[in-house]
Design a protein around this ligand. Structure first.
Ligand code: ADP
Ligand code: ZN
Length: 816
């Protein structure tokens, strides 16, 4: 008897075992996909995890439906990594599979429901919910389970469907289908028969009575002579002006042969590649030190100030690694994945660079996946965001994690809640490859690891070309207000500096840490501010659409004319966002071009690129933006950066708020004066004596690090302690409260004082679910594996309490 353990893309604690025939056992390999039955009528795509001869003890193994691949689509490194992720981040292999595979690889058992047209039924026998579904089928020929779930606004719709089937109102069909279709391009060539000169002459003679067809053949010759490449049908029709029916008749006659080539969507259009740059002495020293460090450490941290030329150092390392025939993964936060960097790397490495991006279509992702899987020359260097750690590398030589401090490397929702930087280190280790972490403002975690000699450490302290670090000035807005030196949110100093910069023909960037026009609308009569009906937050005012929006669930409504509570008409806006700053700038500098970059203006695949290009082309004089501005962008002509308000980031209720503020401000400052002229940064604040601001203005990373680490020691925070956050969610507040008290009490029996909570988070209700948080702190000497085991045990007993079964529990290891 032969069996396989299969990973199925649903959150099951254990792998499921299926039985296979001897022939199947012979053919199947670990990492191939199989279609398997699950539950009563479901069919899932699973990935074979192992093949063995041990029947499961607890149940009788079912047969698989069919084998879906001829060779593995997932390799053994990946399966090992999936396993590690599921253990470390406390989630199931199915969760990891969902995140790891392009969705086109997960064939879905989509239950399709159609109306039963064979006999008409008496509608009066249908209950309300049944009627709703039946009614919907009058407008749509078929519905899927999730359509029905949204029509009825509930999850478990199977009973309704079952009843409808029994009443013969509907029929159900199960179908598994392949979603991914490679894009094929149609080509034509002359039938080989005509390569002989005699035949060709004969053909042209024959065609003299069909001049249009003759034209087509002649055009085909001239295109292929010119390009020396296969000729696309589309090119042939444009160049010859012939209709497709003429080409068709040539094909029918056997003069032309048509064929198809699979075209990569993720295409590189450039031509020549250029040599990489000569490093200056600091870069060269760093490169030598990194190589030496790799002799001793798997991981090395490169701390290089902004514009020190880290990218060029990476390029040299990449050259070495691909020379050895190995693959390179270049990880970046999503937002920093700009055309700027892609172009830069493609100039050096041509089509060996492949990009993996969440804004790419699933088809494009599948192509990159296959290129990596087959170790194709087209994917030697993968430039990608978080999820590219899941690609099927089989010969990785180096991983670069650029901007390693970025919090967006951690996936927040759904599971697996993995940190791509930390996972990259594990992945590299599996391949016996090296990891280079790079940043101008390293995370405390990585810097701490370097200090402990767990990671190697290399520094570049000078900007490329000896450009000076920007001059940073703190502006006390409390004082400015008192002395009436503010216009709106602009101090006289900021206005002066802007005027000077603009008059010299340079550009300005203004940073504001909030999206929207003015986060909160408040009634001046009664103090009420409009709240989201689903979440415990105030709605944010967006001037552009004259809307109130919830940033947690997306709820929106038109801006109110009157206060909902007292009916008063005096509604005021508190706080300020990018939109309001943009409005004020336009009034202050009407003769200059102003643009805004935030989540609202950068939707769509190229939304972000358009703004960056406009800034590069100097079509924009002043750019107002959020965090998006901070990410590794290289603008030649920006000389002044204004930070509108440093206080709201510093006061954010999170233990990383100070570290993050430092990083953010240093990174935004880094956008100023990247060429010969020294840049200027103005930071407006109510509290210029705040330590972080002093450290930012003197570029003092070390002082920031030491002071923050003291806090982390004292308050038992990472990186000194590890922590796991447990969030319980339910729509009934009392239930989630009772449940969380039970959970925390059980944890305390094991972990004593190292358990904090339960506590309601600042936003206690999101999408109609009340949240409670519990935090488990784990001292360095305590075994992480044992800790998790104990938590899982408690979690399992929790789940077996009937009353708590409907409470959702989210485990977040190394939470951010
Ligand atoms: P970082 O990533 O450290 O912020 P970059 O790699 O973007 O810095 O380099 C900053 C600028 O200096 C870029 O415009 C880059 O082209 C230029 N540069 C860096 N190193 C060199 C070099 N060795 N030769 C020529 N130009 C360089
Ligand atoms: Zn909401």
């Amino acid at each position: 008897m032969h069996f396989i353990d299969v990973i199925i893309p649903i959150p099951l604690q254990k792998l499921f075992t299926y039985s296979i025939t001897a022939a199947e056992a012979n053919f199947l390999k670990v990492g191939m996909r199989v279609a398997v039955p699950f539950g009563k009528s479901k069919i899932y795509t699973g990935v074979v995890f192992n093949i063995h001869e041990n029947a499961p003890a607890a149940y009788e193994a079912k047969d698989i439906e069919q084998i879906l691949d001829e060779s593995p689509v997932v390799n053994e490194y990946q399966l090992k990594l999936w396993h590690w992720i599921s253990e470390y981040y406390m989630c199931t292999m199915g969760d990891v599979m969902r995140a790891a595979l392009p969705s086109a690889f997960i064939l879905e058992s989509e239950t399709v429901i159609t109306k039963n047209n064979v006999n008409t039924i008496d509608e009066s026998i249908l209950k309300d919910d049944e009627f709703l579904v039946y009614e919907a089928l009058h407008h749509q020929s078929s519905l899927k389970i999730h359509d029905i779930a949204s029509i009825l606004d509930k999850k478990n719709v199977l009973p309704v469907i079952k009843r409808l089937i029994e009443k013969e109102a509907i029929t159900v069909e199960e179908e598994v289908y392949e979603k991914y279709k490679p894009k094929l391009v149609r080509y034509v060539k002359l039938d080989p028969h005509y390569t002989a000169e005699v035949e060709l002459h004969k053909l042209l003679d024959d065609l003299s009575r069909a001049p249009k067809q003759r034209d087509v053949v002649m055009t085909l010759f001239s295109i292929s002579a010119k390009t020396k490449k296969p000729v696309k049908v589309s090119d042939l029709t444009t160049e010859s002006g012939a209709s497709s029916s003429i080409i068709k008749s040539l094909i029918n006659k056997g003069v032309l042969k048509e064929y198809y080539i699979q075209r990569d969507r993720v295409e590189y259009s450039g031509e020549e590649t250029e040599a990489s740059k000569r490093l200056n002495e600091y870069q060269q020293a760093a490169l030598t030190e990194i190589k030496a460090s790799f002799e001793k450490h798997h991981v090395t941290l490169l701390h290089g100030v902004t514009s020190s030329g880290k990218t060029e150092v990476y390029v040299k390392l990449i050259e070495d690694v691909i020379q050895q025939g190995k693959q390179v993964l270049y990880l970046l936060p999503e937002i920093a994945l700009t055309t700027q960097l892609v172009t830069r790397l493609q100039n050096y490495f041509g089509e060996q660079v492949a990009v993996f991006h969440s804004k790419y279509s699933t088809h494009e992702r599948v192509e990159v996946w296959n290129n990596v899987l087959h170790n194709s020359a087209k994917a030697k260097i993968i430039l990608g965001a978080r999820s590219s750690i899941f690609l099927p590398f089989d010969n990785l030589g180096l991983i670069i994690v650029d901007e390693e401090h970025e919090q967006s490397f951690k996936q927040f929702d759904p599971a697996p809640r993995y940190h791509a930087r930390d996972t990259a280190v594990v992945l590299a280790h599996m391949h016996k490859a090296k990891t280079l972490l790079g940043s101008a403002t390293p995370s405390l975690e990585s810097y701490f690891n370097a200090q402990q000699d767990k990671y190697g450490f290399v520094e570049i302290t000078k900007r490329y070309n000896d450009v000076l670090m920007p001059d940073i000035e703190l502006v006390d807005i409390k004082d400015k207000l008192k002395r009436k030196r503010m216009k709106g949110h602009f101090s006289d100093r900021l206005i002066e500096e802007m005027q000077e910069t603009l008059s010299e023909g340079h550009q300005v960037i203004l940073f504001q840490n909030r999206r929207g026009f003015s986060p909160i609308v408040e009634c001046n009569t009664c103090g009420h501010s409009p709240q989201c009906p689903n979440c415990d937050v105030s709605l944010t005012y967006h001037q552009y659409r004259n809307q109130l929006r919830c940033h947690y669930c997306g709820y929106n409504s038109a801006m109110k004319q009157n206060c909902e509570a007292c009916g008063g008409q005096d509604l005021d806006s508190k706080g300020f966002g990018t939109e309001q700053i943009e409005g004020e700038v336009k009034l202050l500098f009407p003769e200059h071009k102003v643009a805004r970059m935030d989540l609202d203006t950068t939707r769509g695949k190229y939304g972000y690129e358009k703004i960056i290009t406009a800034l590069e082309q100097q079509e924009i004089d002043i750019l107002v933006g959020t965090q998006m501005l901070t990410k590794g962008l290289d603008f030649r002509n920006v000389k002044l950066v204004g930070i509108m308000n440093a206080d709201n980031m510093l006061n954010f209720p999170d233990f990383r708020a100070h570290e993050r503020s430092f990083q953010l401000m240093q990174q935004v400052s880094g956008r100023a004066g990247r060429t010969e002229e020294r840049g200027k940064v103005l930071i407006q604040t109510y509290n210029p004596y705040h330590n972080i601001l002093q450290q930012v203005s003197t570029n003092n990373y070390i002082d920031m690090f030491k002071e923050q680490m003291d806090d982390r020691y004292n308050f038992k925070y990472p990186p000194v302690y590890k922590q796991i956050k447990i969030t319980l969610k339910h729509k009934d507040y009392n239930k989630v409260e009772t449940a969380s008290i039970w959970y925390a009490k059980s944890l305390r029996q094991v972990f004593k004082d190292y358990v904090l909570g339960p506590e309601s988070p600042p936003v206690a209700r999101i999408r109609n679910q009340f949240h409670k948080n519990i935090l488990v702190k784990i001292p360095k000497q305590q075994s992480l594996a044992k800790t998790k085991e104990a938590i899982m045990k408690i979690n399992n007993s929790f789940m077996s309490v009937k009353d708590f079964r409907s409470v959702r529990v989210v485990l977040n290891v190394d939470n951010f």
